[in-house]
Design a protein around this ligand. Structure first.
Ligand code: SF4
Ligand code: SF4
Length: 269
């Protein structure tokens, strides 16, 4: 019964997207991800980091200061008030500039929501306090081992229930990978999963930009290899790249379930 309802939901979503009842592609965006560093200390089996070098070249490991400045400028011009997350496939807490950069985001984008996505390995009470004081709104901690890192446990112990709900979200990928695999996807073909998979319907990943360390606006967070770049923010403003007719056309087609690109053809959620 559940599967039947889910099938119908997918069908209805697809129809409404195709007849244009839902049209979220044109216009601006409500969230953005950017990668300050490509380095991650882990190599989780369900992550392309376990199979490939993120970028390879040493000069691409950290986003350059001028790229970050330009990103801030572009978002400031837009009066961006959405959610901003400094991560992609690198672990943001390995970047020594993180606290400073979050403080600068908070200053320039006072109404933005800053989300820190981390594996928690470098998180401890001090770092938590520094980042919260700098302006971070909350943390999404991905659990990739049987136990949470000790630093995360200490933070949770210090927070009351309400604060925990507000400031710390724990996503247990370790258990999920071993059981339902409900939170995982094939990362555009880079990862093999055992669960029964489906192509995305009304792909939500084309609704927000993802910027890599070089300032390239890539297709989506599954574009690990940065193969599909719609522009670089050092050449053009982010919003202009986002609203370029070619980019809109590509994202519209994906949203409607027309998967022209190999990465989308191999994308199963
Ligand atoms: S911690 Fe996150 S980014 Fe790092 S390898 Fe694991 S899933 Fe990938
Ligand atoms: S369908 Fe394409 S755009 Fe959407 S998540 Fe998959 S790879 Fe990314």
């Amino acid at each position: 019964m559940k599967t039947f309802i889910q099938l119908w939901k997918r069908k209805i979503k697809r129809i409404t997207a195709n007849v244009g009842i839902i049209e979220p592609i044109h216009g601006s965006f409500k969230e953005i991800e950017f990668e300050t560093t490509t380095y991650c200390n882990r190599k989780c089996e369900y992550c392309p980091d376990s199979k490939f070098e993120r970028v390879g070249a040493e000069d691409g490991r950290y986003m350059k200061e001028e790229v970050f400045e330009k990103l801030l400028k572009d978002l400031s011009v837009m009066g961006f008030k959405g959610m901003i997350a400094p991560h992609l496939y690198g672990e943001p807490l390995t970047d020594p500039r993180l606290v400073d950069w979050m403080a600068r985001i908070r200053k320039i984008l006072p109404h933005a929501i800053i989300k820190i996505v981390t594996n928690g390995d470098y998180l401890n009470e001090n770092k938590y306090t520094e980042l919260i004081n700098a302006g971070a709104d909350y943390f999404c901690v991905s659990k990739h081992s049987p136990e949470l890192p000790q630093g995360v446990v200490s933070i949770l112990n210090k927070l009351n229930e309400r604060e925990q709900l507000k400031k710390m979200r724990i996503l247990d990928y370790y258990e999920d990978y071993r059981n339902k695999q409900a939170m995982l996807n094939t990362r555009g073909g880079d990862i093999h999963l055992k669960k029964k998979l489906k192509h995305p319907v009304c792909c939500q990943y084309v609704l927000y930009p993802v910027v890599n360390t070089f300032g390239d606006v890539i297709l989506c967070c599954n574009d690990f290899h940065s193969r599909y770049v719609s522009g670089n923010i050092m050449d053009r403003p982010l919003l202009e790249i986002w609203q370029d007719p070619k980019n809109i056309n590509l994202r519209t087609r994906i949203y409607k379930g027309r998967f022209d690109l190999p990465i989308c053809q191999n994308c199963w959620l």
